[in-house]
Design a binder for this molecule. Structure first.
Ligand SMILES: NC(=O)c1ccc[n+]([C@@H]2O[C@H](COP(=O)([O-])OP(=O)(O)OC[C@H]3O[C@@H](n4cnc5c(N)ncnc54)[C@H](O)[C@@H]3O)[C@@H](O)[C@H]2O)c1
Length: 254
């Protein structure tokens, strides 16, 4: 799909992988709406991208805040691209150090943001995309974000790994479900990327994490995620697929 003049929504667009993808989309001629939480740096991020980027505050887990953000996107051009990066981690153990059951509320919270937020965003965006006139046989493309934790989650990552495995699982179903609407769905499963999500990790720990990647032995750069996201948007034959983007990393148990 040619994105020139199209409108794109990037959730989690205030930061990290989402912001890098928004930058590439704008540089290639798209109009981009950064959707992120009200307290995020979304307004500053949109300003930094110039007049073809806007910020719309919304929580991807709710039914009521996203439609207004999608209205902003449709006011800029036909909404044909979703890159869904909103997400977060959070540690939970099945049993805590004292042998007590881990927090159900903390587990549910991560599932709500990462998994339910993905479904909620996709269903509301797909409704808009389905109304587009087809161009070159397509009405829209969705790129979702999982994680290598979907395949080999580490100790303490049970809600995160479950939520991301859910995103991998929904990818082929979503592609089949939306095929009749001429909308494609693909997912990127990143390894370890140098984004604010890693900000609380010390410099030493970041070096160790980078060295654990077979090749290239470093953290991923957000623009490398953006490059793949744009390829998934542009290549009409890639559909229903999850692509690991991890330098051959396979996470150890801890
Ligand atoms: N950085 C990594 O190493 C890595 C690895 C694998 C997967 N991922 C995934 O990539 C995605 C982007 O991560 P990142 O590293 O750019 O993180 P980040 O923290 O830099 O960006 C995530 C953004 O999502 C937003 N967000 C969180 N909850 C939201 C909600 N309910 N509604 C709207 N926005 C919300 C945050 O405000 C933030 O701006 C996440 O889904 C993350 O799980 C990241």
């Amino acid at each position: 799909m040619n994105i020139e003049g199209m409108s794109a929504v990037v959730t989690g667009g205030a930061s990290g992988l989402g912001l890098a993808t928004a930058r590439r989309l704008v540089n290639q001629g798209a109009k981009v709406v950064l959707v992120d939480l009200p307290g995020s740096a979304g307004a500053e991020a949109a300003d930094s991208l110039g007049p073809n980027a806007r910020f719309a505050a919304a929580d991807v887990t709710t039914e009521d805040s996203l439609p207004a953000a999608l209205d902003v996107a449709e006011s800029l051009g036909p909404l044909r691209v979703l890159v869904h990066c909103a997400g977060r981690g959070g540690p939970v153990r099945i049993l805590d150090k004292e042998g007590k059951p881990g927090s159900l509320a903390a587990y549910e919270n991560i599932i709500r943001i990462n998994l339910i937020g993905t479904f909620n965003t996709m269903r509301l965006v797909a409704e808009r995309m389905a109304r587009n006139e087809p161009v070159d046989g397509e009405r829209g493309v969705c790129v979702l974000t999982a994680s290598v934790a979907a395949y080999e989650g580490q100790i303490g990552q049970i809600p995160y790994a479950s939520s991301k495995a859910g995103v991998v699982g929904m990818t082929i179903v979503a592609a089949r479900d939306l095929a009749s609407r001429l909308i494609r769905v693909n997912t990127i499963a990143p390894g370890i990327f140098d984004t604010p999500m890693l900000a609380r990790v010390s410099e030493d720990a970041r070096r160790t994490l980078g060295a654990s990647v077979p090749h290239p032995a470093r953290l991923g750069q957000p623009d490398e995620y953006a490059q793949l996201a744009l390829h998934l948007v542009s290549n009409p034959m890639i559909n229903g697929e999850t692509i690991r983007l991890d330098g051959a990393l396979r996470m150890a148990p801890r």
